[in-house]
Design a protein around this ligand. Structure first.
Ligand code: IPM
Ligand code: MN
Length: 372
């Protein structure tokens, strides 16, 4: 298959983790005779520095003319600490989501058997957890009208949803549930918010088209508690933009590191793949950022194009790296310094030699490393 992939590395650790995903995709292309063409463009704080615009027109054009987008991370502390900055890196990502109509953000959360001891949660609680979060991505409070009074003392953000916006993501969530454990949990705040009541009504009506799927509801405050009390009760979680943002960071604790969580943002025409972690500025260029979320996002990209065998191989490579402790310091208690690019090398090596033995893999890794 021939794919043109737009690469938007962004800020902080974005470039270094994205490089590992590209490395792994190149190994896949070689093994399976695909042709992946990567074209890079600036976004976020990097783009503000270069073009005074977090999403330059040329970047948007590149995304529109590509088959898929691989996104790194966005954000810089100089903006976080300056609430009055008019141009902000995050605007680049939000505009990209809106312009490309990426209304469904899909975030799988899994407890890997080999990492059960890495989560602060008890093993018997998280073991076997396998959740997919469907977060609405182009509506709600993120995109509603914003207002700051002239005296600067009052502010508001409007939260708005239409039936159409709810239906299109709900269909995707139900379809996904059909090939999983056939359960959708709608997370909302219907006891307080009008928008949540609309979500409940629309989703309840739509559920009639999926008689094989069970629908249940949780208020978001309760859901936040249930996710860490008993994560195994969930299959597909469907929720609006802001709740999905919060719930998915929380759910990452189950896997042991936010550095493991990948995501796909899809719409009717375009698709973008990005780790859920942010730009982690303190780690920039230190080689300590976990590239697994970015690499698994690349696997989601392949799945999107029905390249299931290829995606599966990446996931196997990731699992093997976790099993052999070829992981960055967020997860590693055995080796002190397995770098970001070393993890990428290992997984790319696995793709070229998947039949090799565990011991050889450990040796390949240790042999190449100048650090451990
Ligand atoms: C995410 C991020 C973004 C969001 C930020 C960077 C705007 O936290 O993708 O989860 O809030 O959606
Ligand atoms: Mn977030």
């Amino acid at each position: 298959m021939k794919l043109n992939i737009a690469v938007l590395p962004g800020d902080g650790v974005g470039p270094e983790v994205t490089n590992q995903a590209i490395k792994v995709l190149k190994a896949i292309a070689l093994e399976f005779n695909h042709s992946f063409l990567f074209k890079e463009a600036p976004v976020g704080a990097t783009a503000i520095d270069q073009h005074n615009n977090p999403l330059p027109e040329a970047t948007l054009e590149l995304c529109k003319s590509s088959d898929a987008i691989l996104f790194g991370a966005i954000g810089h502390p100089k903006y976080d600490n300056n609430p009055s900055a008019k141009i902000r890196p995050e605007q680049g990502l939000l505009k990209l989501r809106k312009e490309l109509g990426l209304y469904a953000n899909i975030r799988p959360v899994k407890a890997y058997d080999t990492l059960l001891d890495k989560s602060p949660l008890k093993q018997h609680i998280i073991e076997g957890t396998d959740i997919t979060i469907y977060r609405e991505l182009t509506g709600g409070i993120y995109f509603g009208e914003k207002h700051l009074s002239e005296d600067g003392n009052t502010a508001s953000d409007l939260c708005e949803y239409s039936k159409h916006e709810i239906e299109r993501i709900a269909h995707l969530a139900f379809k996904s549930a059909q090939s999983r454990k056939r359960k959708v949990t709608l997370v909302d705040k219907a006891n307080v918010l009008e928008t949540s009541r609309l979500w409940r009504k629309v989703v309840t009506d739509l559920a009639k088209n999926y008689p094989d799927v069970t629908l249940d509801f949780l208020f978001v405050d309760n859901a936040a508690m249930q996710i860490i009390l008993n994560p195994k009760q969930f299959d597909v979680i469907l929720t609006e933009n802001l709740f999905g943002d919060v719930i998915s960071d929380e759910a990452s604790v189950i896997g042991g590191s936010i550095g493991l969580l990948a995501s796909a943002s899809v719409g009717d025409k375009y698709a973008m793949f990005e780790p859920i972690h942010g730009s982690y500025p303190q780690a920039t260029d230190k080689g300590i950022a976990n590239p697994v979320a970015s690499i698994l996002s690349a696997a989601m990209l392949l799945e999107h194009f029905e390249l299931h065998e290829e995606a599966e191989l990446i996931k196997e490579g990731v699992e093997k790296s976790l099993k052999l402790n070829i992981t960055t310091p967020d997860l590693n208690t055995t080796y002190d310094n397995v770098s970001t690019s070393k993890v990428g090398d290992f997984i790319a090596d696995f793709i070229s030699n998947p039949k090799d033995t565990n011991i050889n893999f450990a040796n390949i890794h240790l042999g190449q490393s100048t650090i451990i």
